[in-house]
Design a protein around this ligand. Structure first.
Ligand SMILES: Cc1cc2nc3c(=O)[nH]c(=O)nc-3n(C[C@H](O)[C@H](O)[C@H](O)COP(=O)(O)OP(=O)(O)OC[C@H]3O[C@@H](n4cnc5c(N)ncnc54)[C@H](O)[C@@H]3O)c2cc1C
Length: 258
């Protein structure tokens, strides 16, 4: 079996994987990013409509603290303080990075379009590509990683198992779906960015790739899985006909109809 070596192996090329690859490369690491589908085109990132952010468009009373309080209120005390604080403290810089790399936010004239979405006490949701925000993010990040010599990319490769020794993951066993060949990838760090598990449900707005592979890979490697009752569902989606069951009508598109 052939062995490939890299500093950082990123499994999954949605917005999480492509961002992780970009920042790891900026830290001068050799990165290999792979996906069981088409790189930067698979997964649920394609569906995202808006991002609740902070930036030059923010209301004068807005900032990390009001945003944090909104998260705690909507989370009914269940939100992880570490994750919530990371989000509110980092979101401005992360969006500025994306804008620097070419993301164009939707605008009305000169002004960034900002919507007031449920759960937020102030208007802070922004979009790109007229509500195809996920595609805008993926497009920007895909361009960034494919131009970076430190990042290698690989589509149609399924991660089958994490390689482990003495309680440490040192890479992964992968199957190249184009010719059914197994490869061993050795890495100093392995990042699981394989998305969710929406396909566990008979009707879902999630794409076919959301089969919880990352959870299974991590569990098999000895990780503990937590908070499995926290599954997000869109409240508005189509039930019939069966061929398009699960297709979701977002509030963004709904509000543009009237
Ligand atoms: C319809 C819809 C609307 C949404 N709207 C919004 C919104 O408005 N705002 C918002 O913030 N969020 C929204 N979300 C949620 C958001 O899109 C996701 O939380 C986010 O994009 C997840 O990104 P990710 O990179 O973690 O996973 P994904 O984008 O799902 O990427 C995971 C990748 O891993 C790959 N993969 C999986 N298993 C393997 C394996 N074994 N080997 C190799 N590769 C593998 C998959 O092919 C996929 O490309 C929405 C989601 C959906 C479905």
């Amino acid at each position: 079996m052939k062995t490939i070596e890299t500093d950082v192996l990123v499994i999954g090329s949605g917005t999480a994987g492509l961002s992780a690859a970009t920042y790891a490369a900026q830290d001068n690491k050799r990165v290999l990013i792979l996906d069981k589908g088409a790189l930067g085109w698979s997964g649920s990132s394609t569906g995202a409509v808006q991002v609740a952010g902070l930036g030059s468009w923010s209301h004068e009373q807005d900032g990390p603290e009001p945003y944090l309080q909104d998260i705690y209120k909507s989370g009914r005390g269940l939100s992880s303080p570490v994750l919530a604080q990371t989000l509110v403290n980092d979101i401005k810089t992360r969006l500025e990075d994306l804008i620097d790399w070419g993301l164009k936010l939707d605008r009305e004239g000169e002004q960034v379009t900002v919507s007031h979405t449920s759960g937020h006490s102030l208007p802070r949701s922004v979009s790109a590509k007229k509500g195809k925000t996920g595609l805008g993010l993926l497009h920007t990040l895909r361009k960034k990683v494919t131009k970076d010599d430190r990042v290698a990319t690989w589509s149609d490769v399924m991660t089958v198992e994490l390689l482990k020794t003495h309680k440490r993951v040192y890479g992964a066993l992968v199957l190249d779906l184009s010719d059914n060949t197994f490869y061993k990838i050795k890495s100093k760090a392995t990042i699981l960015a394989t998305g969710g598990a929406g396909q566990l449900y008979p009707i879902t707005s999630n794409p076919v790739q959301s089969t919880g592979d990352g959870y299974a890979l991590a569990l098999k490697a000895g990780a503990s899985l937590i908070d499995f009752e926290q599954v997000q569902f869109y409240p508005v989606s189509i039930m019939e006909p069966k061929s398009i069951a699960g297709l979701c009508i977002s509030f963004y598109h709904y509000s543009k109809l009237f």
